[in-house]
Write a protein that binds this ligand. Structure first.
Ligand code: ZN
Length: 508
């Protein structure tokens, strides 16, 4: 326990204010987790790392046993259904969904474990809480906040006088700024889905809603209202997530929870991390700069990704660059020199974390300032001797432990990783000139030295044409010719158009 006051910025009040937990013996934090249909990208890692630091800090301030952190898994979603059908076209949809979500959840856990992220106290899956979602929907209908129309149940936005408080915008402004789905069954275009009907082999659960058997599935927003109430109570301390979730997701969570409960407040403090872009550009699949955590971990250590993410204040936009990662590597190697692992690991941090370090951290998670303090401490350590040096080093190590570098002694950079981002950027710049999208990590220059890009593109197109004409002999011949040049072809489906596309890679 410590006397330093924790100050947090609250999106709801747009102010930084001292944090007062509802119950010091059980400080409760909820963060929206991933929708498990694909590899998590580096933008997904930002809230995971930022709120891990907050979790660790709260444990430090209130005691390891006195913090409950819930981060959910969204395993029911139309994006999941679409991807499952595309990836496993030959099995029943429900089985495909199960296989997909199981695999991606496992991958997500492995990726973020490498980033030094502690497991949350609870990690509920949406599909385990369908009963609660049906129950909350019923309550909202009874209280006049929701209505049934054409098998759907919709939240009636006009019935909630506080709707829009979190985004600080009027309903008209929100409508203008967001893509709102207009549907003839909605009373108001802003009304959002609590429950929708499922047809055919779409995933569905029996419900009392709609005509006929009422088989359906929940809307996305509902799960967080239901799981947070179940695990943290109707009112809890902190709700976190990315900036992009403020509207509509968090606005809708608040509407559902406050209207279903006799409570004007869902969470006292709402925290949002800023956006992430890559080399100055917005990350998107169509730009080709969509980087997964998994892909980065092949070239960079988890410590490097974690530290690089924390260099920028969590509320600021972050530009993820090769240059930044290289600097991070140098900084970590420098910090490692005075680091000694603490007995007791992560749970031992209350021993001696440095006062100024902690103060910076308690100032709305100012990790950047906190780490500047670490470099100052290193200068002092260099001048100190004997017991003083030992004490300073212990405090230095405890501080690093507090933000998740409890085994910095084991950190060792990969030799080759340093230039990967640069190489990737050059490759992408190269590749964008051509019609063919490269596989992540391939050596464009190497391949192009063996083959003119126009020629390569032409051969790939010829092969696709041969395939279309079921001329397998010619299609195989082209594949073999390229294979002899160490160019490997991969066929897949364009997720947007469903057309077959071919990407190429270097045979290793
Ligand atoms: Zn949520």
């Amino acid at each position: 326990m410590t006397n330093i006051a924790l100050n947090l910025y609250n999106t709801l009040t747009r102010k930084k204010a001292p944090f007062e937990p509802i119950d010091k013996d059980n400080v409760r934090l909820y963060v929206c987790g991933p929708t498990v249909y694909d590899f998590a990208h580096i933008g997904n890692a930002r809230p995971v790392i930022v709120f891990d630091v907050l979790f660790r800090l709260l444990r430090h301030l209130y005691g390891v046993e006195h913090v409950t952190y819930v981060r959910n898994i969204t395993d029911v979603d139309d994006k999941i259904n679409a991807r499952a059908a595309q990836q496993y076209p030959d099995v029943p949809l429900n089985e495909a969904i199960h296989t997909l979500t199981k695999g991606t959840t496992k991958q997500f856990h492995e990726d973020i474990a490498a980033l030094g992220v502690l497991e949350p106290s609870q990690e509920p899956r949406a599909t385990d809480h369908i009963d609660g979602m049906i129950e909350m929907t019923k309550v909202l209908i009874e209280k006049g906040h929701a209505y049934e129309a054409q098998g759907h149940v919709l939240f009636d936005v006009a019935s909630d006088k506080n709707y829009g408080d979190l985004s600080n915008r009027s309903v008209d402004e929100m409508m203008a700024g967001a893509r709102v789905e207009v549907a003839d069954y909605k009373k108001n275009p802003m009304d959002f889905v609590l429950w929708k009907p499922s047809t055919g082999d779409e995933p569905g659960w029996d419900s009392p809603f709609g005509e006929g058997q009422g088989r359906g599935r929940p809307g996305w927003h509902l799960e967080c209202s239901v799981m947070s109430r179940k695990l943290l109570g109707e009112r809890f301390d902190i709700h976190g997530g990315g900036l992009d979730l403020i509207f509509p997701h968090h606005e809708n969570e608040i509407a559902q929870s406050t209207c279903a409960h006799e409570n004007e407040v869902m969470a006292n403090v709402w925290m949002h991390n800023g956006y992430l872009q890559v080399e100055g550009e917005k990350m998107s699949k169509s730009q080709g700069n969509f980087i997964t955590i998994n892909e980065l971990l092949k070239e960079w250590q988890g410590e490097e990704l974690r530290f690089n993410m924390l260099r920028t204040h969590y509320r600021q936009p972050i530009d993820w660059t090769a240059k930044g990662l290289s600097e991070t590597r140098r900084n970590l190697l420098r910090l490692q020199k005075n680091f000694k692992p603490l007995e007791g690991g992560v749970d031992a941090v209350e021993l001696v974390a440095d006062g100024q370090f902690l103060e910076a951290l308690c100032d709305d998670l100012n990790v950047h300032q906190a780490t500047s303090r670490l470099f100052e401490m290193q200068k002092k350590i260099a001048r100190a001797t004997g017991a003083e040096k030992e004490k300073l080093e212990q405090s230095f190590s405890a501080s690093l432990t507090l933000i998740g570098f409890e085994r910095l002694d084991l950190y060792s950079p990969f030799g080759a990783g340093e230039d990967t981002m640069e190489v990737k950027k050059t490759q992408l710049d190269e590749a964008r000139k051509y019609a063919v999208t490269p596989m992540p990590g391939q050596d464009v220059k190497y391949a192009l030295s063996k083959m003119e890009p126009e020629k390569l593109n032409q051969m790939i197109e010829d092969r696709l044409a041969a395939r279309d004409a079921k001329d397998w002999a010619n299609a195989d011949r082209i594949r073999d010719e390229l294979g002899a040049l160490h160019i490997e072809l991969h066929d897949g489906k364009d997720p947007d158009t469903g057309k077959v596309i071919t990407r190429w890679d270097i045979k290793r």
